[in-house]
Design a protein around this ligand. Structure first.
Ligand code: AHR
Length: 498
């Protein structure tokens, strides 16, 4: 068993962990929208205006702060006017990225905004740069956010919505280095300035424009974008055409051609996965370092608007639908990511798991009228107290022969401290002594997420195989509060400041 001391200074709160680090992503891909969020008004599955209520209820418990839509790659072939007006009259298209299936456009702008209202989440709309026009994007913003009278306002009202919506988060294209147009950074940087110019702030609706950023560790892409909005070394105040730029990073245990099964993997593949998950720390550090050069005041946000595990699709499912199971391994990938996100809270303003329902590292999996919460869902739920809390640095010190096998973070909000601990060791327990300084804690409650096997997952009929339960392997010693974590487990400790 490893033995680690975690030193936490309760009186030295750091930056606020934006709730938007717990953001989500829903693309027109496989069964994420159709069958996942949307079943249509005539479905026997309980719904409100066509939106599945069991999915909404499950997700409301996570306090989802924002939802990104309509893609992903789909965003750059989506033409929003096809998705408004009477549903039966909406034009159809082919979803060329995802399974070459026909898209009937029944889930469009109004349906998405209704979903956000039901979830209590802020919309994050990804506009089309790859195959759209400046005018099209500009009119979408007008349609959504303008009040009074104008051509797009009249169209919105004719489609049944009197008041404008409030939309803050606005993506200017997606993966423009790849599926969003295969552009060079220099070319896209100019387009981002151009498109952003015509994405107007209407009335008091202020857009937070997010430029399409780098893949993984492409720091050159970030630098090229930062050069567009800064005036390094000059007197003039730089014009912020966009307020943030994005980055995408997926966790894989092998190459793209052989990503491996979501449920059938060995211990080596598990440790490769954890090493890949931890790489997000270096990647965020790399992009932040480049941004610090051009924006030392950290006014420009970094947005990781796609992250999560990517495995081979489940046997017998459409390869273009990216449907995968979700095990305890996925849950630990999520808990490690959150610890790292909390550490980067000063620059990282948003993160969006890919994707919320039935695609990649999902929160919920549906099959007809059944719904199952995934192990990853439970990490989001157990960690939700970190949203908008002040980060507390956790210093790990120990005799651990494998220091990378422990991950931790902590925060304080409204006088309550939340500490998250992950023991990533597949076989050994981990003893962690919480050495709390600058204050003390009142009555402690703890929860654990673990299972007999790393491969364990939830399915209809066995929906609670991986689910949180109360945890009591804690004791006060003269060194601090000692917590003993079983192998491959995630524990949260919660207590008021005394
Ligand atoms: O999340 C699936 C796809 O991964 C998205 O559409 C794209 O942006 C990324 O490559």
């Amino acid at each position: 068993m490893s033995d680690t001391t975690a030193v936490i200074n309760l009186d030295l709160a750091g930056p606020t962990i934006s709730r938007h680090l717990y953001g989500h992503f829903a693309e027109h891909l496989g069964r994420c929208i159709y069958g996942g969020f949307w079943v249509g008004e005539d479905s026997p599955i309980p719904n409100e205006g066509g939106i599945r209520l069991d999915v909404v209820e499950a997700l409301r418990a996570l306090n989802i702060p924002n939802l990104r839509w309509p893609g992903g790659c789909f965003a750059d072939e989506y033409h929003w006017k096809d998705g408004v007006g009477p549903r039966e009259q909406r034009p159809r298209m082919v979803n060329t990225h995802w399974g070459n299936v026909e898209e009937n456009n029944h889930f469009g702008t109004h349906e998405f905004l209704a979903l956000c209202e039901l979830l209590g989440a802020e919309p994050y709309i990804s506009g089309n740069v790859g195959s759209g026009t400046v005018q099209e994007m500009s009119e979408w913003v007008e349609y959504l956010t303008r009040d009074g009278d104008s051509p797009m306002v009249r169209l919105r009202k004719a489609n049944g919505r009197e008041e404008p919506w409030r939309v803050k988060f606005w993506g200017i294209g997606n993966e423009t280095w790849g599926c969003g147009g295969n552009m060079r950074a220099e070319y896209y940087a100019d387009l981002a300035r151009q498109y952003a110019t015509y994405c107007r702030d209407h009335g008091d609706n202020k857009l937070y424009r997010i430029a399409s950023g780098a893949a993984d560790a492409d720091y050159k892409w970030t630098e090229t974008l930062m050069q567009q909005i800064s005036c390094f070394g000059c007197e003039a105040t730089p014009k912020n055409f966009f307020q943030a730029l994005s980055v995408h990073y997926y966790t894989l245990a092998g190459p793209w051609e052989a990503k491996g099964s979501a449920t059938d993997f060995d211990t080596d593949a598990y440790y490769r996965t954890m090493a890949a998950a931890r790489k997000i720390d270096r990647i965020l550090t790399g992009h932040s370092t480049v941004m610090d050069v051009y924006d030392p005041g950290r006014t420009v946000g970094l947005v990781l608007d796609e992250w999560g595990t990517w495995w081979d699709v489940e046997p017998g499912t459409n390869p273009g639908f990216l449907f995968q199971q979700n095990t305890l391994r996925d849950a630990l990938v999520a808990s490690v990511h959150f610890d790292i996100f909390h550490k980067h809270a000063a620059r990282l303003r948003m993160a969006n798991i890919a994707q919320t329902v039935n695609v990649l590292q999902a929160m919920v999996l549906t099959d007809g009228d059944s719904l199952v919460l995934t192990p990853t869902y439970h990490v989001f739920e157990m960690n939700k107290g970190h949203q908008d809390a002040r980060s507390l640095t956790v210093h790990l010190r120990g005799e651990d022969p494998e220091p990378e096998r422990l991950s931790a973070s902590a925060s304080v909000k409204d006088g309550t401290v939340l500490i998250s601990l992950s023991n990533l060791d597949a076989a050994e327990r981990a003893r962690v002594t919480l050495d709390l300084r600058g204050g003390s804690l009142g009555a402690t409650t703890a929860r654990i997420l673990t299972a007999d096997r790393l491969q364990d997952h939830n399915a209809p009929g066995a929906a609670e195989t991986v689910a949180p339960r109360a945890f009591d392997d804690l004791k006060t010693t003269d060194r601090g509060l000692e917590v003993t974590l079983p192998p491959h487990s995630f524990v949260t400790v919660r207590a008021p400041l005394a």
